[in-house]
Design a protein around this ligand. Structure first.
Ligand code: SAH
Ligand code: DHB
Ligand code: MG
Length: 212
């Protein structure tokens, strides 16, 4: 049974992507932005994880056009806040406009620039949920920063930790970064991690809870 038929079955039970999120994707496609936002079934998992973690302060690394930020902001309590880091001005601009259209602009602060620079200026802040989804080569550095910004009970989620299996090959900077990242998750005594396949098994996300 092909994965897309089972996804359609799940959508028929739990709901399809809504019109606003579909519109975000259509606009992004028309403007030539990459279509690499979280797929609908993963956005459902992301919202369940945000609710389950009782998060109020979320750090997102990699905003794109604000798709995952919208998904997460929708399930935050009214005083919840997302800090989302994005390198590309064009992506950040469309994300801001999308979050306004969703009525969520007051909950999401988008910082433009290389995430590593922004992360340095976040020293001393704390977050209860971190979603890592930017350039894969820097995932190890993002995890190092994340570990200094979380507390016991916090959750760290990372997208694309299998990357179509390329993580087994070490043949480019992204694959090397992801292999190192997964090893770091496994070796870190402060974390308990599960790897959950996504995209019909082509890719996976990591879900880590900070235990100490
Ligand atoms: N989380 C988004 C998808 C993010 S795609 C969603 O699911 O809706 C990855 C994003 O990371 C892209 O927008 C890309 O421009 C951004 N990115 C790449 N390198 C970066 C860096 N060094 N710092 C911050 N953002 C970066
Ligand atoms: C890419 C990045 C992502 O975050 C993703 O989910 C899929 C693809 C990429 O850079 O190709
Ligand atoms: Mg991704």
């Amino acid at each position: 049974m092909p994965a897309h038929e089972l996804n359609a079955y799940v959508d028929s039970l739990f709901g399809r992507e809504d019109d606003l999120l579909r519109e975000f994707r259509d606009t992004a496609a028309a403007e030539g932005l990459p279509q690499i936002q979280v797929p609908h079934e993963l956005s459902r998992l992301l919202s369940v994880l945000v609710i389950q973690s009782r998060a109020r302060r979320i750090l997102e690394i990699g905003t794109l056009f604000g798709y995952s930020a919208t998904v997460m902001a929708r399930v935050l309590p009214p005083d919840g806040q997302i800090m989302s880091l994005e390198l590309e001005t064009r992506h950040a601009a469309l994300a801001r406009s999308n979050l306004s259209a969703a009525g969520l602009a007051h909950m999401v602060d988008i910082w433009e620039g290389p995430a590593l620079d922004s992360l340095i200026s976040l020293t001393g802040r704390s977050f209860d949920f971190v979603f890592i989804d930017a350039d894969k080569a820097n995932y190890p550095a993002y995890l190092d920063h994340a570990m200094s910004l979380v507390l016991p009970g916090s959750t760290i989620v990372a997208d694309n930790v299998w990357r179509g299996g390329s993580v087994l090959q070490d043949d480019d900077d992204a694959a090397i970064g992801l292999a190192r990242f997964n090893r770091m998750l496994a070796d870190n005594a402060r974390l308990r991690t599960a790897i959950v396949p996504t995209r019909g098994g082509e890719d996976a996300i990591s879900i880590s809870v900070v235990v100490t």
